[in-house]
Design a protein around this ligand. Structure first.
Ligand code: GLN
Length: 268
């Protein structure tokens, strides 16, 4: 079996190490003898390149690069992305890229950047004199049916860990949050939400990179892409994630996630 992974504008949107998500997906596919081919959807990418994608990965970027990306992600390319996400093509979009998949992103300086309107959300940067949201983040996955599928895989209530570095704040309309913040800032430091989930597309502020820190999300993305492409139920063989689990436990301890998660649940 094989998949074509579309990496959104890697030359412009790789500022915060999200290439690790591409590497993680490829490697976890390789360990299962899956061929995951990466197509770099840069400025010279064709409409056909976009049309052949089974799984999207989008990383983070500074405001200036986001503006350049949106000059290119217009017309047929934009429509194909919308159509594919609506048809259930999975994707993981981190920080700067999901800001462009909402209705708009108002950067710290310059004009509003109109987005693709895939996620019913808007993002606004309050200006460079405001604090940036920087630091470790831990959040409880809440988006349905993602959380049920992950619980079936790993049991328990999945907690996602990562690292955030953004100035923009995101406000959700009629779209599910990806999760609820336990430690960190999340979408806007106000409503306690982190990210968004629509179709099979994950929007999140969690760099890290996200997928090596939360391998269950990587496997869900691969399985979902394979099921859509081959129209059959897919159960990936389990991998030895002991190292990742040890790293997660170390972060849970450092961030006191256990205690805070309990407190957050009792306050809900
Ligand atoms: N430039 C955007 C912001 O500051 C996105 C940053 C990012 O991708 N980490 O919010």
């Amino acid at each position: 079996m094989e998949l074509t992974l579309g990496w959104l504008y890697p030359t412009l949107m790789s500022t915060y190490g999200d290439r690790g998500n591409v590497i993680c997906l490829q490697q976890r596919g390789y360990w299962r003898e899956l061929d995951i081919k990466v197509v770099r959807l840069d400025l010279n990418a064709t409409v056909t390149d976009f049309d052949n994608i089974d799984l999207f990965v989008g990383g983070g970027a500074q405001d200036r690069q986001q503006e350049i990306v949106m000059r290119d992600l217009q017309g047929s390319k934009a429509q194909i992305m919308r159509n594919k996400i609506e048809a259930g093509t999975p994707g993981v979009f981190t920080c700067g890229s999901p800001q462009l998949l909402g209705h708009y992103y108002e950067p710290a300086y310059g004009q509003r950047i109109e987005g693709l309107g895939i996620f019913d959300m808007v993002s606004r940067h309050p200006g460079n004199e405001s604090n940036r949201c920087i630091g470790n983040i831990a959040f409880r996955l809440t988006a349905s049916p993602l959380v049920q599928m992950i619980q079936a895989r790993i049991g328990g209530s999945p907690i996602v860990i990562g690292f955030e570095n953004h100035g923009g704040r995101t406000y959700l309309g009629n779209v599910q949050p990806l999760g609820r913040v336990i430690v960190g800032n999340g979408n806007n430091q106000e409503d306690g939400y982190e990210g968004a989930f629509y179709g099979n597309a994950i929007a999140t502020y969690a760099h890290g990179p996200l997928l090596p820190k939360n391998p269950f999300l990587a496997d869900w993305l691969i399985e979902t892409a394979l099921e859509l492409k081959y129209q059959q139920n897919i159960q990936l063989s389990p991998l030895d994630d002991d190292l990742a689990e040890k790293a997660r436990k170390a972060m849970f301890k450092r961030l006191e996630v256990g205690k805070l998660a309990q407190a957050a649940t009792s306050n809900e």
